[in-house]
Design a protein around this ligand. Structure first.
Ligand code: ZN
Length: 186
């Protein structure tokens, strides 16, 4: 398997000090080149704006530093025309740093209508979107955007806009943190 690994490392102060070439190339494909290059030398927290997501990652990173164990987490990083199902491995690195290695597990073409424009419109209309799996919240339920579009669930809604985290990803992250904590205890 010669799959590219998209890598970045943070130092003991959570500053991003290394991004590999593959990750920059990947960002170019996703229109995120500038963001990735500008992130070098800045704290990772500049790029995680949702309070709940930030708190979970702080706990996760603290637990990884303490246990010296790695964790695998699934997330989505879509491109213009494709859904990309990614896996992130987070593990302890030299001098209390932490390394993030991301690989693409699978991808599929987006359905008609599932475009960057739609996502921009959704943001303005104000649907909370999970920053991990890209599900959106409609009333009290989380939907894959594709399904919401197919089911025409998005009409006449006007919820408050923000990037958030859904209950499933929240549970996954919490479980990972708990597992790490158990390892410290025994
Ligand atoms: Zn989610």
């Amino acid at each position: 398997m010669d799959q590219p690994v998209y890598t970045y490392h943070i130092d003991e102060n959570d500053v991003i000090f290394y991004i590999n070439e593959e990750y920059i190339k990947f960002a170019v494909e996703n229109d995120g080149e500038r963001l990735v290059k500008e992130s070098l030398g800045k704290p990772i927290w500049n790029f995680i704006t949702n309070g709940l997501v930030k708190k979970l990652y702080q706990e996760l990173i603290a637990a990884i530093r303490k246990t010296k164990e790695s964790v695998k987490i699934s997330f989505r990083c879509d491109s213009r025309d494709r859904m990309r199902f990614m896996q992130m491995e987070v593990f302890p690195h030299i001098e209390n740093g932490v390394a993030f290695h991301n690989i693409l597990m699978s991808e599929k073409f987006k359905a008609d209508g599932y475009t960057p424009d739609i996502i921009a419109i959704l943001g303005e209309a104000g649907y909370p979107m999970c920053s991990h799996c890209k599900k959106i919240k409609i009333d009290d339920n989380w939907f894959e955007l594709e399904d919401a579009l197919k089911g025409k669930l998005l009409q006449n809604k006007n919820l408050k806009a923000h990037y958030s985290i859904c209950k499933y990803c929240n549970n996954d992250l919490k479980n990972s943190i708990e597992e790490l904590k158990m390892k410290v205890m025994f």
